[in-house]
Design a protein around this ligand. Structure first.
Ligand SMILES: [Cu+2]
Length: 562
């Protein structure tokens, strides 16, 4: 007989070696329910963080070594595959791979990174406020066989941050082949919320890493970007969640927190939780930089590469046997590299590369899928079914399999986000465009030496990130600082529909951000306080978080002058 208890032990405990503390903090045992059988479309149990092993929770304490190396780790059950992993070895032969790192605000990280890859590499702690020696700037990338020593404290608010490689030209490949993990910071507000809602990481508080991948018949990752993929971004044929293909999650009739991270190289999602075809309401409680002031109701959210969003899903009124689907809805990908509809084809006889690109990009629109099919077949030999960005995809099934008593309420106030005093009028312009399919920031591409953007330490600046009309959506990421989104201007209709205030912001724009989606033709104003406690000049990065765009040079140094 399957009970909620052994369902959980099956999913979390199998490789986890659960400690006594975990039992003692458990919620009362739920009422046993009828045995659960997964459906054929989502046969695989979602991988959730256990106490060790692949995706296990590693509480940062003493100095540790984190190695980047190849390892055997099945993606499709029963088919061992080679993945690149971050590995930490602990006492008693414990091993973590791509661990969920966890730390209290103000805590210290002392870690040696050993690069066991053939290419150069370096770890970037995405969203953390650290000095540039510890930020994973590609300038510090080390060769295979070499090490890099990190030592920093984390002043950040509680939030779902993450870590991934950042060596110039190799970020896309290394992330795609496996290297990425969650970095969860906790503080008093966070602990209060966990207590109020009875949330436990890996059980009712679930990190969900979404990324699309191509797998061959043997279940091995395929990464073979064409020139066009390098210009557009490399897409997969299916979305994996925590490296689980076609996953399902078994839930009880209570409230769950999902920490969603888009770790895809290039794919954006328009996320919804569907009951049949109907998006259900959920509550957004946090964005990139942590908890919002208050929970915000939503039914649909865009999540671009690099962004995180935390949501609460209330299943109290659900019945055992109910099922919901986490899905990405169809949307217009707005790949308008040759200009928005109606303005294209100014010069019909362009260089061969952009012209090829144009044909593909225009076909990529949701309303031209039929034309696209034939096109894509020719382009991706043997892989004919790579859905374009914007094509609807199911991501995960949530099955309600047990009934529990649960009487907690979401606190009226979650945390305090102090607004940065600024408005969109006095802005530094950051212009995103391309020339011959090379994506640029302010007309430039990355070099190690140049520091084209210099800011005085302590300055509060407003940046207006303007994406050209002839462009693609770009997730714009800044290292070293969290910022606030002030306003969206010239947004496409599908973004405007999600606005929750007069400034055109969506719920995912609220709170503190480090990565923000900018559509073609759109301008997004952000306020950044360049104060920090670090001595001397610091050199960070700004870049597009489409990893192929970044690797092709859509990235600039940002110098903070002391
Ligand atoms: Cu981009």
């Amino acid at each position: 007989m399957t009970t909620r208890r052994n369902v959980i032990l099956g999913s979390v405990g199998a490789a986890a070696g659960l400690g006594a503390w975990w039992y003692s903090q458990r919620t009362p045992a739920p009422v046993p329910s009828t045995p659960f059988k997964p459906t054929a479309d989502f046969p695989n149990r979602l991988r959730v963080p256990g106490a060790e092993g692949f995706f296990g929770v590693y509480d940062i304490g003493q100095h540790f070594t984190i190695s980047a190396k190849a390892a055997q780790q099945a993606i499709v059950p029963g088919k061992p595959a080679t993945l690149l992993v971050y590995e930490i070895e602990g006492e008693g032969n414990k091993v973590w791979r791509n661990p969920v790192l966890r730390l209290k605000k103000g805590g210290a990280v002392k870690a040696k990174h050993w690069n066991g890859l053939p290419d150069t590499s370096i770890i970037h702690w995405h969203g953390l406020v650290v000095d540039s020696n510890n930020d994973g700037h590609p300038h510090y990338a080390v060769k295979g066989g070499e090490t890099y020593e990190y030592q920093f404290t984390v002043p950040n608010r509680a939030a779902t941050y993450w870590y991934h490689p950042h060596p110039h030209h190799f970020t896309g490949k290394q992330v795609y082949l496996g290297l990425a993990g969650f970095f969860i910071v906790e503080d008093d507000d966070e602990i209060a919320l966990q207590k109020a809602l009875d949330l436990k990481l890996g059980e009712t508080d679930i990190p969900l890493m979404l990324h699309d991948r191509r797998l061959d018949a043997q279940g091995q990752l395929v990464f073979n970007p064409t020139d066009e993929d390098k210009a557009d971004g490399f897409l997969g044929e299916q979305v994996l969640v925590n490296w689980t293909p076609k996953p399902h999650f078994e839930a009880a009739t209570r409230l769950y927190r999902f920490r969603l991270l888009n770790a895809s190289n290039a794919r954006m999602y328009k996320l919804a939780i569907l009951n049949g075809k109907e998006p259900v309401e959920f509550q957004v409680i946090a964005s990139d930089g942590g908890l919002l002031n208050t929970a915000q109701k939503a039914r649909e959210i865009f999540l671009s590469p690099g962004e995180r969003v935390e949501v609460l899903l209330d299943l109290r009124l659900a019945k055992v046997g109910d099922a919901l689907t986490l899905a990405s809805l169809g949307f217009d990908p707005m790949e308008h590299e040759e200009g928005p509809p109606g303005t294209e084809k100014k010069d019909e006889k362009k260089e061969s590369k952009p012209a090829d690109k144009s044909a593909h990009a225009m076909h990529g629109k949701a309303d031209a899928k039929a034309a696209d099919k034939g096109d894509k077949k020719a382009e991706t030999k043997g892989k004919p079914d790579i859905p374009e960005i914007g094509v609807a995809m199911d991501v995960m099934r949530i099955h309600v399999t047990s009934k529990v008593a649960y009487d907690r309420a979401v606190p009226a106030k979650l945390s305090t986000v102090m607004p940065t005093p600024a408005n969109c009028g006095t802005a530094r312009t950051i212009y995103l465009d391309h020339e011959k399919m090379v994506w640029r920031i302010n007309g430039q591409t990355y070099t190690h030496e140049a520091t084209p953007i210099t800011v005085k330490k302590g300055a509060v600046e407003v940046w207006e990130i303007k994406n050209a009309a002839a462009s693609m959506p770009h997730p714009f990421h800044i290292h070293g600082f969290q910022y606030q989104v002030l306003e969206r201007k010239g947004s496409p209709e599908q973004q405007k529909k999600l606005a929750v205030n007069a400034q055109g912001l969506a719920v995912t724009d609220l709170g503190w951000k480090d990565t923000v989606l900018v559509w073609p033709g759109e301008s997004v104003c952000i306020a950044i306080d360049f104060s920090h406690d670090f001595y001397g000049n610091q050199v960070y990065m700004i870049h597009c978080h489409n990893l192929e765009h970044e690797d092709q040079g859509m990235m600039l140094n940002l110098k903070i002058e002391a």
